[in-house]
Design a protein around this ligand. Structure first.
Ligand SMILES: Cc1cc2nc3c(=O)[nH]c(=O)nc-3n(C[C@H](O)[C@H](O)[C@H](O)COP(=O)(O)OP(=O)(O)OC[C@H]3O[C@@H](n4cnc5c(N)ncnc54)[C@H](O)[C@@H]3O)c2cc1C
Length: 505
């Protein structure tokens, strides 16, 4: 594996009872193509590599949560003829831990889960990775220009309840899965979130709150986000408050050892089934029984290929023959935005709580978009994380640290902020293998007719990654769901292939 170490071990949780689905997977794999070994997970033969010219059952491209979940399902189902190809020198994709002193971590990418995100929560339980809640008690600070407003946030989004009820009712009226496929969706997709709010009596403060929410959730302004897309995310969450709030919401629960621990632990168990530093550049013969996957490290061959990447990353690969026209267009037009830079400022202890502050600073202008307490569960260190506008940060790390520390000191009126122990910055915009977070869909995109190509598998190719999930796309939960689905599709395909061979034998 790469240099990243797994975080502290979690509190063990009860192993969930064996499910019918898992038994089905095991049965399917054993039947599939007569290729599956019956050895228990963790043991068994090493994966076949490109060197011996053999054809694998499945190649998985990408060792993020989606790709590793798919790999884990194949492995648990008894299959030993697959390989995960990962471009980076680490696993986890959009989840990454900053390594802090004393073995502590702070998440540099995806971090929270919330109610309804059961797939990722189940995975954590199975991997014996515990969870804990972010501490949002206390006062937050809102800054605009030189103004400063201190408020008790309670972890809730403070907004006109009538407006929230209206938006929730509208979200509830959507079809729960793939709402863009419903006939009435086009009318909602014509409007941006900003258009819809403009047609309501929305106070300036509420508008600002919406703007914050949109920037933090989708990385862009309300004018760039389709009303249909925003409503669909609210629909998944079960309400605006659950999507955008903190308490009992999608920004509340963290993993002990950080979210990357999920991928690290899966990769640890998969051992040689994961190849790091193996970027895929070309996929050839995907319309044939055996597909070739090209990397600088050699050519790999398999009957099925799970592509666990966002469509915009797929667009960077060469496909031979060319993909169907609608899939090509989808990949080309898929919205990208360099997700924000995320920083972690480390102190000896979270002293801000004693002064009644929760570490949250929301700024309309300036480099800090939103800061929050991100201390470890035992609060052995004090950590303030922040989403920052990288263009407004000095390039020099020492200057960047000083600027943020000064903002914290002024906002929370405490000079101790000026003397951090550590400063970390992860600029996702500089990462060639990450092009977006939750993809912001402009009005019209969802109903443009391209969306079916997102999940329509072609030839040997099985599209995966959080973007393809029916629920919680863009989130870690969606990634896990998409990995389960991809593994199931691959196993079913192998089973069919095997059945075909048996008939002709
Ligand atoms: C700053 C930030 C904050 C976020 N906050 C949250 C949050 O709080 N809660 C939440 O649920 N979600 C959050 N997310 C989103 C969440 O992290 C992602 O939805 C999820 O991790 C995506 O997993 P994935 O496996 O689908 O894709 P990825 O994690 O993108 O995995 C794709 C993998 O493929 C690899 N790859 C790319 N190209 C190639 C190639 N050519 N060949 C081989 N390998 C390749 C990549 O290196 C990567 O490892 C956040 C994301 C970011 C960036």
């Amino acid at each position: 594996m790469g240099a990243d170490a797994a975080g502290p071990r979690a509190h063990p949780a009860a192993e969930p009872p064996d499910s019918g689905r898992r038994r089905w997977l095991q049965g399917a794999a054993v039947m599939a193509s007569g290729l599956a070994a019956t050895a228990p997970a963790g043991a068994g033969p090493r994966p076949t590599t490109q060197g011996d010219g053999e054809v694998l059952d499945v190649l998985i491209i990408g060792a993020g949560l989606a790709g590793l979940t798919a790999a884990r399902d194949l492995h648990r189902a008894g299959n030993r003829r697959f390989l995960v190809l990962e471009a980076r020198d680490r696993v986890g994709g959009r989840t990454l831990n900053h390594q802090l002193r004393d073995g502590q971590i702070s998440e540099a990418g995806g971090q929270w889960i919330g109610p309804g995100q059961t797939a990722v929560a189940d995975l954590a339980r199975e991997l014996e990775i515990g969870t804990f809640k972010s501490d949002y008690r206390g006062r937050g600070v809102y800054c605009m220009g030189s103004g400063r407003v201190v408020e008790d946030t309670h972890g809730l989004v403070d907004m006109d309840p009538k407006l929230v009820a209206e938006v929730d009712a509208l979200a509830r009226s959507l079809r729960p899965v793939r709402p863009w496929a419903a006939p009435e969706a086009a009318a909602l997709d014509k409007l941006s979130m900003a258009d819809w709010l403009a047609s309501r009596q929305v106070s300036e403060q509420d508008l600002l709150t919406w703007q914050f929410a949109s920037v933090l959730t989708m990385g862009t302004s309300l004018a760039q986000v389709s009303l249909l897309q925003y409503l669909s995310l609210i629909r998944y969450a079960g309400g605006f408050q659950t999507l955008e709030g903190q308490k009992d919401a999608a920004q509340e629960t963290r993993f002990i050892g950080g979210s990357q621990a999920l991928s690290l632990r899966m990769a640890e168990a998969l051992k040689d089934f994961v190849r790091l530093k193996t970027p895929v550049t070309r996929i050839a013969h995907w319309d044939q029984p055996v597909t070739e996957v090209h990397t600088p490290q050699g050519v790999f061959r398999a009957r099925r290929v799970i592509v666990a990447l966002s469509p915009s990353l797929c667009h960077r690969l060469a496909f031979e023959p060319a993909l169907p026209a609608d899939r090509q267009r989808l990949q080309r037009l898929w919205p990208t935005h360099g997700p924000f830079a995320k920083t972690a400022m480390v102190y000896r202890e979270p002293f801000w709580f004693a002064k009644g502050y929760n570490g949250q600073i929301g700024c309309v202008d300036g480099p800090v978009i939103w800061s929050y307490d991100n201390s470890p569960p035992d609060q052995r260190l004090g950590v303030i994380n922040a989403f920052v506008r990288i263009g407004e940060m000095p390039g020099d790390p020492a200057a960047a640290q000083h600027l943020l520390a000064t903002i914290y000191a002024e906002a929370m009126q405490d000079q101790r902020f000026l003397a951090p122990l550590e400063f970390h910055l992860q600029d996702w915009g500089q990462e060639p293998y990450t092009l977006s977070c939750v993809p912001p869909m402009a009005p019209g995109f969802l109903t443009s007719g391209l969306m079916p190509a997102l999940t329509r598998n072609v030839g040997s190719l099985i599209w995966s990654g959080t973007e393809t999930a029916d629920l919680w796309y863009g989130y870690m939960d969606g990634a896990v769901r998409s990995g389960h689905t991809a593994a199931l599709v691959a196993l079913q395909a192998l089973q069919t292939l095997h059945a075909g061979r048996e008939v002709s034998a």
